[in-house]
Design a protein around this ligand. Sequence first.
Ligand SMILES: NC(=O)c1ccc[n+]([C@@H]2O[C@H](COP(=O)([O-])OP(=O)(O)OC[C@H]3O[C@@H](n4cnc5c(N)ncnc54)[C@H](OP(=O)(O)O)[C@@H]3O)[C@@H](O)[C@H]2O)c1
Length: 264
Amino acid sequence: MTKANNTSFTFLNGRTVNRIGYGAMRLTGQPRNFGPYADWQGGIDLLRRARDLGITHIDTARAYGPHENERLIADALVDQDGRYGEMFIASKGGVEKSATNIRRDTSPEAMIRHLDQSLASLRTNKVDLYYVHAPDGVTPVSASVAALEKMRQAGKIGMIGLSNVSRSEVEAARKVAPIAAVQNRYSPADARDPAQEDMIDWLNDLGIAFVPHGPLGANPMQRGAIVDPGAALRTLLARSPNILAIPGTTTRAHLEDNAKAWAV
Ligand SMILES: NC(=O)c1ccc[n+]([C@@H]2O[C@H](COP(=O)([O-])OP(=O)(O)OC[C@H]3O[C@@H](n4cnc5c(N)ncnc54)[C@H](OP(=O)(O)O)[C@@H]3O)[C@@H](O)[C@H]2O)c1
């Protein structure tokens, strides 16, 4: 059963985060989240403002940029001792991205290579949570997760997550390793999906976080929330105590609004 209160959530390994986090994907070259963020110092300032606001959970991926988003996070949040302190960093591997193409590769070799690249970009030897970004349709999810489990046992990952997955894929993965978080598309802006509703309740019973991506209904390739952001965040967080919000924004005013959306 989920360990949470109104404002915080405790993962299976005991790490606690504020339930309002920050999705950093848009701090990359636009459009297409490709290349470095044009206003690098502005991105650093925004991430540090998030930290000052009490946001602890930062969501990124090797594919954002690629690499550039993780490097920006390192520039903003690694302290003088090379640590992230109270910040909780979640990243993902398994997607190859170029200027013209996006391709999934969740083979064990790719997952291990991507994790090592993520650690280098984030300038750390351990990332708090590492997701399989999206199953490639060829590699069984259990094989991708078995590779990450070896990395967890080697101390390179705090916990393993799955993104863009079905319940049966989570069930298969749980046979080879503990799964701490699932990140799927879910928003009050989207049509109701009974499979996601079932997923949220099932994960909550297991103490596993559900992290909706695109929580404000945005198209990942276009700027702008589709629903009222404050109302959407309140609806999501009221839905279940295992839901962690990661709204994305490039503006300080929106970041500040989102951070207080649940503190009413
Ligand atoms: N796992 C996956 O496959 C996957 C896929 C997509 C996304 N994600 C993750 O989910 C995170 C969030 O997704 P997202 O950024 O695509 O969509 P989102 O959070 O639904 O919406 C972001 C958009 O809403 C706008 N916005 C945010 N707060 C606002 C506010 N208070 N008032 C008005 N507009 C506001 C932002 O524009 P401004 O910049 O103007 O504020 C931005 O364009 C990403 O950062 C990423 O970490 C994961």
